[in-house]
Write a protein that binds this ligand. Structure first.
Ligand code: F6R
Length: 628
C-alpha cells in the first residue's frame, strides 16, 4: 500500500513531490523518500550514488512513521537546482523493517538508477541470490531492490531504460506498480504495473504518474489509467504506453470529478467501504510469496525454527475484538489440521489468570496494529512463562512484532476505518496459513492435502469480489430491518466466530443490541429472549454442523423471530427456513468464514447508514487501544 509519485518536465520538482506525498498520507506509511536526476556532479544525500557523465541521481530518504514526510522535507531543502525526472514514495513495509535503508527509492550498484515500487515481488529471494552470485551488492532487505539491479544488468549491456525495465519485468513474479529513472536518460521515467494501481497525467510540458488520483488532482485533470501489464514511458509533455510485449496502446482517459478528499477514499463514500473493497487484495497479498518451487509453504519472516515448532504440544492464541474472532476461526482449522490443542483467549483475561504455559507452548498474539496494550501485555506474560511467542500483525516492526520470537505479517495495507474489515480477513488467512505450516512441519497432513487447501485459499480473492458485488441484496435486507432493535447472530463450528464478528460489527457501527451465540447453546437459556420482532442472523454456509444449524434456526423461527441466513449459492434447504437469504459463493468449510463475514460487514454498514451513523467514526471507539 505504498504511495507513488513521479514527474518529468518540472524544473523545481521537490515541492511537487512533497505535496503529492502529503496527499497520499491517508494511505498510511512508515518511511518516505525521493530521488531525482539532477545536473552535474551532484551526489546522493542519503546513500550510495555517485556522479556520472550525464548528471546524477540525487536521493533522500527518511524513516519515522508519519513524521517521515516532514523529515524528508527538511532533508530536501538542500536539493541541488536543475531537476529532470523525479520520483517520490511513501512506504508501508512488507519486506524489511521500516528503516531509512529500506525506504524507497532504491538504487543499483552504480547509483545511477533509482526505482520505487508498490506491491510484492514473489521471487525476490531467488533473484537476490542470483544477483549476489553475479557480484551485485544489495544494500536493503527489500524485495524491491532486486529490480534496480536487474535493470542495471541490461543497461550495462547497452539496453535503454525502457528496454531494460521491460526485460526486468519478464523476470519478476508478483504484484507491482513501479517507476524507474536513470541518470543516463535524465528526462525519462519508465512506469509499469501488474495488479496494483498506477495512474498517469499530462499537464503543460509535464508528465506525471501516481499510485492514485489524489496525488495528481492538484496538478492536472488529464489523468489516464495504466492497465495491468502495460508499460509507460513518460517524457516532458508526452506519454507512450505499450504492452509488456511492446505493442502500442492508447491509455484510457479518466473523467475526474472528485475533490481531493473524495479521491483519497477512492471514490467511495467512506474509508470503511473502500477497505471492504480492498479485501480481495488484502487476502491475495497475505498469501503471496508463501510457497516454494515445489508448492511447499515457506514462512520467511517467521524466525521460529522447524525444531522449535516440532517441540510444540499446545497453542494459545490471544487477541481482542475482531482479532479474537479471527483467532477463534483458526482454532477450528489448526486443531483439525495439526491435532494439537488450541486455546483462544481474550487478551485482557489471559494475562490476569494463571494460564498454564511452558517451553513447549506456542503463544500467538494477533493484533492488526501490533500495539494493543491488552494483547502486548498478554504475549509478554506468555514469554515470561517460557512460551515461544509468535505475533500476527499488520504493521511491520510494531512493538509486539519486535518483542516476539517470530512474526507473521498480514499484508492488508493500512486500515483507516475504525472497524476492522480487511485486516480481519487477512488475519484469518494468515492464521490458517500458520496452521498449514505447522501441519507441514509436524507431518500431520499429507502435502497433497495442504496443497489442496492452499489452492482453495488462492481463489478466495475472486470469491470475496463476488460476495462484495452483492451489496445491493444486503441493502434490500437491511432496509427491511430498520425498526429492529434486538439481533441474535448464531453459528456453529466456524460459523460461530463469524456470528460473533457479525454481532460486533452491528454493535459498533449501528449501535444496535446484538448477541453472538453458538447456535447449539441457545436452548440452554437465551432462547427465552426470542419473540416476534427479534432478528436472528444465522450462518448457514455448509460445514459439518450445517444440518444441526438449520434445526436451531427452525427453533427460533417457530418462536416468531425474523430469520436472515448467510447461505451458499443455490442452497434451497437453508432458504426454506429463512425470511431473507444473503447468498455467498461456497468454498471449503474451514476457510468459508473469509467469505461469510462479508455480507455481515455490509449489513452492519448499511444499518449504520440507515440509522444516520458515520461508519468511519463509531462513537466511543479508537482505532488502536493502548489503554487497559
Ligand atoms: C472491531 C475492531 C476491534 C479490534 C480490537 C483489536 O472492528 O476493530 O475490535 O479488532 O481493538 O485491535 P488490534 O487487532 O489492533 O489488536
Amino acid at each position: 500500500m505504498c504511495g507513488i509519485i513521479g514527474v518529468t518536465g518540472e524544473a523545481d520538482a521537490v515541492p511537487l513531490l512533497l505535496g503529492a506525498l502529503h496527499q497520499l498520507e491517508y494511505r498510511g506509511y512508515d518511511s518516505a523518500g525521493i530521488a531525482m536526476v539532477v545536473d552535474g556532479e551532484s551526489a546522493d544525500a542519503g546513500a550510495g550514488a555517485g556522479p556520472g557523465p550525464a548528471g546524477a541521481i540525487w536521493r533522500v530518504r527518511a524513516a519515522g512513521g508519519t513524521d517521515s514526510v516532514a523529515k524528508l522535507a527538511e532533508l530536501a531543502a538542500d536539493a541541488p537546482q536543475g531537476h529532470h525526472a523525479a520520483i517520490g514514495h511513501t512506504r508501508w513495509a512488507t519486506h524489511g523493517s521500516p528503516t531509512a535503508e529500506n525506504a524507497h527509492p532504491h538504487t543499483d550498484c552504480t547509483g545511477r538508477l533509482a526505482i520505487i515500487h508498490n506491491g510484492i515481488i514473489e521471487n525476490h529471494a531467488e533473484l537476490r541470490a542470483e544477483l549476489e552470485a553475479a557480484g551485485h551488492t544489495l544494500t536493503s532487505a527489500t524485495d524491491t531492490e532486486v529490480m534496480a539491479h536487474l535493470i542495471e544488468q541490461d543497461m550495462a549491456g547497452g539496453a535503454s531504460l525502457p528496454e531494460a525495465t521491460r526485460s526486468m519485468l519478464r523476470r519478476v513474479r508478483g504484484a507491482f506498480s513501479i517507476a524507474a529513472i536513470s541518470a543516463d536518460e535524465p528526462d525519462t521515467i519508465v512506469a509499469a504495473r501488474r495488479s496494483t494501481p498506477l495512474v498517469l497525467g499530462l499537464h503543460d510540458g509535464m508528465a506525471l504518474l501516481a499510485s492514485d488520483i489524489p496525488a495528481l488532482i492538484g496538478h492536472t485533470r488529464r489523468v489516464f489509467a495504466l492497465a495491468d501489464d502495460e508499460l509507460a514511458v513518460l517524457r516532458p509533455g508526452s506519454l507512450e504506453v505499450t504492452t509488456l510485449d511492446g505493442v502500442a496502446v492508447e491509455p484510457e482517459q479518466l473523467t475526474i470529478t472528485w475533490d481531493v478528499e473524495a479521491a483519497q477514499k477512492g471514490g467511495f463514500a467512506d474509508f470503511m467501504s473502500k477497505e471492504m473493497h480492498e479485501q480481495p487484495d488484502a487476502v491475495a497479498d497475505t498469501l503471496l510469496d508463501r510457497r516454494g518451487r515445489g508448492g511447499e509453504l515457506i514462512l520467511d519472516e517467521m524466525r521460529l525454527s522447524a525444531d522449535d515448532l516440532r517441540a510444540i504440544d499446545k497453542v494459545f492464541i490471544v487477541a481482542c475484538g475482531s482479532s479474537y474472532h479471527a483467532a477463534l476461526v483458526a482454532k477450528y482449522a489448526i486443531e483439525h489440521w495439526v491435532k494439537v490443542p488450541v486455546e483462544v483467549d481474550i487478551a485482557s483475561e489471559f494475562r490476569y489468570r494463571d494460564p498454564v504455559l511452558n517451553g513447549r507452548t506456542l503463544c500467538v498474539g494477533v493484533s492488526q496494529s501490533g500495539e494493543t496494550l491488552d494483547t502486548s501485555e498478554a504475549v509478554r506474560e506468555a514469554a515470561r512463562l517460557g512460551a515461544k511467542v509468535l505475533v500476527v500483525s499488520n504493521v511491520v516492526d510494531s512493538s509486539m512484532a519486535r518483542a516476539a520470537d517470530g512474526v507473521l505479517y498480514t499484508r492488508a495495507g493500512p486500515e483507516i476505518g475504525v472497524a476492522s474489515t480487511k485486516c480481519h480477513l487477512a488475519q484469518i488467512v494468515a492464521l490458517e496459513v500458520l496452521g498449514l505450516y505447522l501441519a507441514q512441519i509436524l507431518g500431520t497432513q499429507p502435502a497433497s492435502k495442504i496443497n489442496e487447501i492452499l489452492n482453495a485459499m488462492e481463489v478466495l480473492p475472486g470469491l470475496i469480489t463476488e460476495a462484495l458485488a452483492r451489496a445491493g441484496d444486503v441493502d434490500d435486507v437491511a432496509s427491511k430491518l430498520t425498526d429492529a432493535r434486538d439481533f441474535f447472530f448464531l453459528g456453529r463450528h466456524v460459523g460461530y466466530p463469524v456470528a460473533l464478528e457479525g454481532a460486533l460489527k452491528l454493535k459498533e457501527l449501528a449501535y444496535l443490541r446484538a448477541e453472538g451465540y453458538p447456535a447449539g447453546e441457545l436452548k440452554h437459556g437465551p432462547i427465552a429472549l426470542i419473540e416476534p420482532g427479534t432478528v436472528v442472523v444465522g450462518i448457514a454456509t455448509r460445514n459439518p454442523l450445517w444440518e444441526k444449524m438449520l434445526s436451531n434456526v427452525a427453533e427460533v423461527r417457530s418462536r416468531g423471530a425474523t430469520v436472515v441466513l448467510v447461505a451458499d449459492d443455490g442452497d434451497e434447504e437453508s432458504a426454506a427456513v429463512a425470511d431473507h437469504v444473503l447468498w455467498v459463493p461456497p468454498t471449503y468449510p474451514l476457510i468459508a468464514p473469509v467469505i461469510g463475514v462479508v455480507p455481515l460487514q455490509q449489513l452492519a454498514y448499511r444499518l449504520a447508514r440507515l440509522h444516520g451513523h458515520d461508519p468511519d467514526r463509531p462513537r466511543n471507539l479508537a482505532k488502536t487501544v493502548t489503554v487497559e
